[in-house]
Design a protein around this ligand. Structure first.
Ligand SMILES: Nc1nc2c(ncn2[C@@H]2O[C@H](COP(=O)(O)OP(=O)(O)OP(=O)(O)O)[C@@H](O)[C@H]2O)c(=O)[nH]1
Ligand SMILES: [Mg+2]
Length: 321
């Protein structure tokens, strides 16, 4: 017997490089299937060591094209890469485009790239927890680096910080007003800004504007966001983009921010799971539980507002018992 605890067969297959076992486990995680639990649990101690690079940004800015270009380079350098596209469910999203591109570009026998798209299930808000579990499965399967592409709108945008060790926010020249409205959120999450499509006019200006905004921005952890310009069509700037990502990963190690960030993400992940369960529980109880049905009746009759009802319910049912 070795010192390591025995793995369930499915987990052993994943570690041994069985791609079908990996795909099955990912599907189970994505569907919230309890069958995934023992596998994920058994593999967890082996994970947490590889960079998870998030790419987020508005629709169509070139996130998938960038990923594809970066993956090509990393493969050439011998790195094995897993990639997850989140929220490809929208017909306008390029999640499937990324898959197609990678499939097109990889050699048929290349086991060093694995692409998976994940639908973000509307109900859950559990997307970052599920994405993290999928990233762990990829890590356990031996991938040395993981990319996550999310379409940057609202929630998904911010969630990338709860998933990635380095977050790249991709923009394009002439976002103008859009940047103004996006910027509050984006500056909190970006470790690297990339002005892609820099073959188009206005890129220099956009990068300068971003530098100005970034200089006012976050540095709680001592990192100032890097700003790079790329074009996947020219192509240009891809080495600089990768260098900026690597610089941030090095910073995480040198400053100790990696451990702090991981604790923050884990806390978020646990909270997300608790929130999901409590949320389901509350909805159930509001229909089943006599006392809570009465409370809901009073809210419906405008006798008490929803926020006050929530306060009361939380105080009575969930606070330190
Ligand atoms: N001019 C120019 N076009 C680009 C560049 N990079 C990507 N594109 C084009 O922009 C379009 C969108 O590219 P994608 O890579 O699918 O963008 P995306 O951000 O992944 O899109 P979504 O996932 O749908 O949000 C495609 O038509 C690309 O060919 C670039 O550097 N310059
Ligand atoms: Mg895309």
């Amino acid at each position: 017997m070795s010192g390591a605890p025995r793995l369930p067969p499915a987990a052993r297959s994943i570690v041994a490089g069985d791609r079908r076992a990996l795909a099955r486990a990912i599907t189970a995680v994505e569907n919230g299937d309890p069958a995934a639990r023992p596998v994920v649990r058994a593999l967890y101690p082996r994970t947490g060591h590889v960079p998870v690079i998030g790419l987020t940004g508005p629709l169509g800015v070139g996130k998938s094209s960038l990923l594809s270009a970066l993956i090509g380079r990393l493969r050439a350098a011998g790195r094995s890469v897993g990639a997850i596209a989140v929220d490809p469910s929208s017909p306008f999203s390029g999640g499937s485009v990324l898959g197609d591109r990678i499939r097109l570009e990889r050699r048929a026998d290349d086991d060093g790239v694995y692409f998976r798209s994940m639908a973000s299930r509307g109900e859950a808000g559990g997307i970052s927890a599920a994405t993290r579990e999928v990233a762990r499965l990829l890590e356990a399967a031996g991938f040395s680096l993981i990319f996550v592409e999310t379409v940057g709108s609202g929630q998904v945008d911010v969630a990338i910080r709860e998933v990635a060790t380095t977050s790249v926010v991709v923009l394009v020249p002439h976002l103008g007003d859009e940047v103004q409205t996006l910027k509050a959120g984006l500056f909190e999450i970006a470790d690297v800004f990339d002005v892609n499509k820099s073959d188009l006019p206005g890129a220099e200006r956009a990068a300068r504007d971003l530098s100005e905004l970034a200089s006012l921005g976050r540095s709680a952890d001592g990192w100032s966001p890097r700003i790079v310009r790329t074009s996947t069509t020219a192509p240009m700037g891809l080495d600089e983009l990768w260098a900026a990502i690597e610089a941030h990963e090095r910073f995480l190690d040198d400053s100790g921010a990696r451990a702090t960030g991981e604790r923050r993400r884990l806390a978020h992940e646990i909270a997300e799971r608790v929130r999901e369960r409590v949320g389901r529980d509350v909805v159930g109880r509001l229909q089943r539980d006599r006392e809570l049905r009465d409370l809901l009746d009073r809210v419906a009759a405008r006798g008490i507002d929803p926020a006050s009802a929530a306060d009361r319910l939380y105080r009575d049912r969930y606070r330190a018992r």
